[in-house]
Design a protein around this ligand. Structure first.
Ligand SMILES: [Zn+2]
Length: 390
């Protein structure tokens, strides 16, 4: 006997009584209970199952198998008996949130179908994520328009009906469905917005969804994956975003409404400072080079973090004046150095080999110039290079 789905007719009921028809060991310390009827919506159609309590024990999951709804309960197989009449209750806050998000998904999918010729190819509704996949790519203009249109459907507070139709009643009714049905079909209708085959509980009117917000879009299998939130989840998300924006505005002593301009100004200032810092580092490096006597053979310099191009130019400048190892070591972010080295009278590769062998440095290059990174102190590097050249 198929389990009677009380949630079909009574999506707003939270408590029920049912008879235990079967109990089996779940193998994880809990058991699986079959009832004659249930309010627990099982995991189905991309939506995670209801949770709650049965006979005083926690229900962690409900699954459907050949029309039987199986309840996964945290109790031993001997804690309940076949024939027991037990009380059940679903976690209403969790269920209502799922109803808000699922009806919201129908609104988005219905609008995409009728206005943008894009079909729903996947739906996932779990505790922390709600996604909808579309058959064609949607640009930002479309998703913006879609969000506005979906929220308008919420303001219009349109009644949502869920009803089974026999095959012969379906003539002339256009509905969305991913599969063919042999038996009666349950259609969820939002007049003027969407008609879709669906097995899940829905809100009675679109106004109960409260708000829909699309929080992310990404390309997915030739279409777009929309991540969105409805109702309480959307409100909590937007509240968090608002608090973050307010905090940042407070830190910048700006109004939240001026945040974009304020951040742009800071980024421009940062870019200008970076240029100034680079120029100063370049000047310092060339001052150091000019202070070296032209008579010395080896010219090894250490500098603060320098632009790779500046470092390379400096090494070329050194190599015009000195015949031995001409190297610039610029400090990296991890306490080591990025090096570039020329060796006019020798083979620069011998220097990178030496650094590799003695200081497990990384890097290499051509006879004329090598570059790499070494995790060692200035003193250790100088010792290795001087020993080599003495
Ligand atoms: Zn659905």
């Amino acid at each position: 006997m198929p389990t009677v789905k009380l949630y079909d007719e009574m999506p707003y009921e939270r408590n029920f009584r049912a008879s235990v028809l079967g109990i089996s060991d779940a193998g994880d310390g809990g058991c699986i209970v079959e009832l004659d009827r249930t309010l627990f919506f099982p995991e189905e159609g991309g939506q995670s199952s209801d949770i709650g309590f049965l006979g005083g024990y926690e229900v962690t999951h409900a699954a459907i198998k050949n029309d039987l709804i199986l309840h996964y309960i945290k109790c031993g197989p001997s804690d309940l008996n076949v024939g027991d009449e037990i009380e059940g209750s679903i976690d209403w806050e969790y269920r209502f949130s799922n109803m808000q998000n699922h009806t919201g998904e129908h609104i988005l999918s219905g609008l995409l179908h009728s206005r943008w010729d894009s079909e729903n190819t996947g739906f996932h509704l779990s505790d922390n994520i709600v996604t909808l996949d579309t058959s064609r790519e949607l640009d930002e203009n479309i998703t913006d328009e879609l969000e506005v249109a979906a929220n308008r459907v919420i303001y219009e507070n349109i009644p949502v009906s869920c009803r089974y139709f026999q095959k012969n009643e379906l003539e002339g009714i256009e509905y969305r469905s991913k599969k063919e049905f042999d038996s009666d079909i349950r259609l969820v209708t939002i007049p003027g917005v969407d008609v879709c085959a669906c097995c899940a509980p829905h809100v009675a009117r679109t106004g109960e969804i409260g708000i829909i917000t699309i929080i992310r879009t990404m390309r997915y299998k030739g279409g777009t994956r929309l991540t969105f939130l409805c109702g309480k989840r959307a409100y909590e998300y937007l509240l968090q975003v608002k608090k973050t924006a307010d905090n940042i505005a407070h830190m910048l002593s700006e109004n939240t409404g001026n945040l974009t301009g304020a951040v742009e100004r800071i980024l421009n200032e940062r870019d200008e400072l970076e240029v100034k810092l680079k120029n100063a580092a370049r000047r310092r490096l060339y001052d150091d080079i000019d202070r070296l006597s032209d008579d010395i053979k080896e010219a090894v310099l250490f500098t603060d973090k320098a632009d790779n191009l500046v470092q390379r130019d400096a090494v070329n400048y050194l190599a015009e004046r000195h015949s031995g190892i001409c190297a610039v070591f610029s400090s990296d972010d991890d306490g080591g150095y990025n090096y570039i080295c020329a060796y006019p009278e020798g083979d620069a590769r011998s220097v990178s080999k030496l650094l590799r062998d003695k200081l497990t440095a990384k890097g290499g290059g051509s006879k004329e110039m090598v570059q790499g990174n070494v995790k060692a102190s200035e003193e250790e590097i100088r010792q290795v290079l001087l020993k080599n050249t003495d």
